[in-house]
Design a protein around this ligand. Structure first.
Ligand code: HEC
Length: 99
């Protein structure tokens, strides 16, 4: 392989790598969670991080907030604004983020 060809191949690898490393763009409503839970759910001041929590755990907590079985200052209200499908999408997104 000529040096030019090697460079070109390396260049391609550099361009295509980030697409593998990145998680898919979150749905618009998932970004709402970032306001409080930090970018990509990494936590913000006293608000718990969501990144890396299990999908099942997040769904259970959202349902508990909705049902009022888990006490909350904000999430009991917020959780009611999201459908089961949206919660599942958000939960999958945060579960896929690194802690
Ligand atoms: C206005 C700020 C705010 C927004 C927006 C917000 N949250 Fe929260 N969230 C909180 C706070 C504060 C808590 C701690 C419980 C409480 O007091 O409500 C919390 C707790 C949680 C928990 C429990 C975490 C744990 O470790 O048990 C989950 C799950 C959660 N939020 C999911 C979400 C999702 C998903 C979204 C977006 C759809 C979201 N939150 C948007 C403020 C927010």
């Amino acid at each position: 392989m000529s040096p030019a060809r090697i460079l070109a191949t390396l260049g391609m690898a550099c361009i295509s790598l980030p697409t593998f490393a990145q998680s898919p763009a979150p749905n618009y409503f998932v970004a709402n969670c970032f306001n409080c839970h930090g970018t990509e759910g990494r936590g913000h001041s006293t608000i718990p991080a969501l990144a890396g929590l299990s999908k099942t755990y997040i769904i259970e907590q959202m349902n508990a907030f909705k049902a009022g079985t888990r006490q909350a200052t904000l999430m009991h209200q917020l959780s009611k604004g999201y459908t089961d499908d949206e919660i599942a999408i958000a939960a999958a997104y945060f579960a896929a983020q690194k802690k």
